[in-house]
Design a binder for this molecule. Structure first.
Ligand SMILES: *Cc1c(COP(=O)(O)O)cnc(C)c1O
Ligand SMILES: [Zn+2]
Length: 443
């Protein structure tokens, strides 16, 4: 069993902490990573595949824990189901389970891709309805490992739904900080139903996050936002599942909507590790898609107001970030899950873009709604923010960044929880995929 540690990501610092601490940042304030002492054997590819025949072992049913050897920070014997059951938190194996990559014909035509070249991975089909469950399984596992009784998060909706569901299952308390009045009712209702304590903050998501981090630190709560490196570990299974499906032949692109950049960071870390371990020969490029109204990463990465912001070997010019955050303006998009002005994982996000030769683009609300709607025509549903992935592929194909015959995996991050968006979309005949109701009068 390989050892694991927390390590600061800054090259001039590299402070280390024990894996059973909550040092999500080093004492100088830099983010930390979970790192492992030994490279896992590529023979595990066979093990993961064989576990799909789960024989009733919920840790093999789970699309997260099936890959447990690649983030074994609990340092348990991964073949000992009783040992796993003592340490790992799972929603009876359902996290990451029904979230495969699919060809979707109409969506692929919409994107302008050649047939058979694009897959969309349905992370909304997780038990609480978003990809957040992948990372929550590992974060709550770590919370238990350090003896936490109460988990805390700020949320645009899906994090709270996921945290609430896991907390209820584990008999833990859960505090959820939300920007008052800005959460889709379908998401908020989940947090209430799972018995979470809602804490309203006047302001936006960024304000709710700062408040929750402060309160967790002073009040002894355990933070499960994606600033928690153990969440990042579980979310590595999103690219694992795509890569396993493609028989570990890396695609050309993996495309994510960008909010707090937890997913981007996590995908980047997964690819860095797999490449270093010799599991993949080629590194897919990551494309991050911002909403036009919440385009912090795009603005800075693409140098909208000055020098482009880059990872720069870990010596990021944080002056660019401070200057940007000093500007006026609050994020504004109907895609509330990515309505974030200060992406908490920006440094790790930049590292991911650097390692993979990534790109960042923006799409409009109308483009996201069209994309969300065309996904529906394939018999799947996703929320507006997830539409950013497909709308982004379309945009990058049009501008020649993605080739029509590249192999592309887009991540549909969440399921539709704001049903009035679809009703309104389809009742407006001006919308591209609208299918308005017929009226048969009094009959
Ligand atoms: C949380 C969330 C996002 C943003 O993901 P980050 O990892 O914060 O960038 C995108 N889409 C949906 C549906 C989400 O719930
Ligand atoms: Zn440091």
């Amino acid at each position: 069993m390989a050892g694991a540690r927390l390590k600061c990501i800054h090259p001039d610092c590299s402070l280390e902490y024990s894996v059973d601490s909550v040092a999500f940042r080093c004492e100088k304030g830099h983010p930390t990573d979970v790192i492992y002492d030994r490279a896992p054997s590529t023979g595990l590819k066979e093990t993961f595949y064989a576990r799909q025949n789960h024989r009733g072992n919920i840790f093999n049913v789970s699309g997260v824990w099936r890959f447990r050897d690649l983030f074994n920070f609990c340092q348990v014997d991964t073949e000992d189901i009783d040992a796993c059951a003592i340490r790992f938190v799972s929603l009876d194996g359902s996290e990451g389970r029904q979230t495969g990559p699919y060809h979707m014909k109409q969506a692929s035509e919409f994107a302008g891709m050649d047939e058979g070249c694009m897959w969309l991975q349905t992370e909304g089909y997780n038990p609480s309805g978003s990809f957040k469950d992948n990372g929550m399984a590992t974060a709550v596992t770590h919370a238990r490992m350090v003896g936490a009784k109460r988990i805390v998060c700020a949320s645009t909706g899906n994090t709270s739904a996921s945290a609430g569901m896991f907390a209820a299952n584990e008999g833990m308390d859960c505090d959820v900080y939300i920007p008052a009045g800005q959460i889709a009712p379908g998401k908020l209702s989940q947090a209430y139903q799972f018995g979470a304590q809602i804490v309203e903050v006047d302001g936006n998501f960024d304000d709710a996050l700062s408040q929750s981090l402060h309160d967790a630190q002073t009040g002894g709560g355990y933070t499960v936002n994606s600033v928690n490196p153990f969440r990042i570990e579980g979310q590595k299974t999103i690219p694992y599942r795509a890569l396993e499906y493609l028989e570990w032949e890396a695609p050309d692109w993996i495309v994510y909507p960008g909010g707090a950049l937890g997913n981007t960071s996590s995908c980047g870390k997964a690819l860095m590790e797999l490449y270093e371990w010799g599991w993949i020969k080629k590194v897919p490029r990551i494309a991050v898609i911002n909403a036009e109204g919440a385009s912090t990463l795009s603005d800075m990465y693409n140098g909208r107001y000055g020098a482009p912001l880059r990872w720069n070997g870990g010596r990021v010019d944080t002056g660019i970030i401070d200057e940007y955050y000093g500007r006026d303006g609050r994020p504004a998009t109907g895609a509330t899950a990515i309505q974030i002005g200060r992406p908490a994982n920006i440094l790790k996000g930049l590292r991911a873009l650097d390692f993979t030769g990534g790109v960042v683009a923006t799409v409009s609300d109308a483009e996201m709604l069209d994309a969300m709607s065309v996904v529906g025509l394939n018999g799947f549903d996703c929320e507006m923010a997830s539409g950013a992935a497909l709308a982004g592929i379309r945009k990058l194909v049009r501008d020649g960044t993605i080739m029509r015959d590249d192999r592309v995996v887009g991540i549909l991050t969440g399921r539709q929880k704001d049903p009035m968006l679809s009703v309104e979309y389809h009742n407006n005949p001006a919308n591209r995929f609208a299918h308005p109701p017929k009226n048969r009068g009094k009959g």
